[in-house]
Design a protein around this ligand. Sequence first.
Ligand SMILES: Cc1ncc(COP(=O)(O)O)c(C=O)c1O
Length: 450
Amino acid sequence: MATAFALKKPQIKTELPGPKARSIIEADSQFVNPAYPRPAFKLVAQRAAGVWVEDVDGNLFLDCNAGVAVCSTGHCHPEVVAAIQEQAAQLIHMCGTDFYYRQMPELAEKLDEIVPVARPTKTHFANSGTEAIETALKLAMHATGREKFIAFFGSFHGRTLGSLSLTSSKIAQRIGFKRQALDVVHVPYPNDYRNPFSAEDCGDGGAAQGGLNWIENRLFKTTTPAEEVAAIVIEPVQGEGGYVPAPKGFLAGLRRICDEHGILFIVDEVQSGMGRTGKMFASDHYDLKADIVCIAKGIASGLPLGACVSRADLMDWKPGAHASTFGGNPVAIAAALKTIELLERELVANSAEIGAYLKSGLEKLKDKHNCIGDVRGPGLMLGVEFVTDRSSKQPDPELRDRVEMASFERGLILLGAGPNSIRWSPPLILNRENVDVALEIFDDAITSSR
Ligand SMILES: Cc1ncc(COP(=O)(O)O)c(C=O)c1O
């Protein structure tokens, strides 16, 4: 085992999936929820360390997905494991809804220091991204007495009924679930590569201005009175929608609109937060202060934890209004405190540095392969969009899928995002040598997939 992880390159020894993997996949298909949106390639993980994942048949993969942007400090970081073990030996659960323990205020105070929300803040602890979003939606309704929301096409905020009303990245997420539980209108997300707005909408302000005009000149003047909107909800870098960063000026414009109309600004940093973009939060790239921020995924290196952090004055609801049995479990919080310590010590900086190195390598591949239409994103939240050719920009989702599969067959774990992009969301401990190995495989996977 130790020897396998000491290797500097992936090692594929069996057909994929191998014999042990196949039997687990078979059992899974018999007993486990078939709605999990698993990709065409099948990875059955057994053990992992750092950026390496070993499957049940002894194949070794370089992980550039990190369990969908969760294992921020790498797999089983020794300091995180020690923090979890120590906490588990002392107190596993006490139910913060009814009792107290020191970890809750400790993490809430730390979040108060680092989140992109004007201080002072208060934090609700949840177990997942979608629960953090549910909290934000309830809080916005409670605090404003309003019930309409504005969200964006291509967004993903979760699959519980409230967050699902916002989510709009794939029809599969909606089909069969009837009308939206909440009153949400969707606006095209201003994507610089594929500007969805007309020249008239944009004026000379590009996609960002197009999006702002859409809200102020269309929504507010037709279907959606500004004074009835509780909140605007946005991912500063769209995740499941294809790793699309909001253009400069757009978030500041939304902030202005919110301030002018008493609308709350909810920023979903579930995927883009915790160092992923080379700053602690994607909002920090835009000098943005939200009213409410939602966090999950990378916050606890793989233990389930979500947080909804809001301006303290907004959280004046009464006991019983919102709470969770498991949310803010002491073991998950111990993992989060250690994760934040590691992020602040070195990993946010590493995300920025190695992200720039990876991005320049991907841009070189773009020069080489005409089927790469766009390389985008900050830090280690990078999207590569596949097209039939760069001049037509016609999306090529089949090619994207083939590249994803070919990378896997060569021992590189990558996952699609949006209709025709591949996301790079590796552990934030990735180093230059890992990048060189990954880019060589990716290059070869693209060549063989065309
Ligand atoms: C931006 C964003 N928000 C919310 C969620 C939902 O998180 P969870 O799957 O933990 O409920 C996700 C999950 O991918 C996400 O990317």
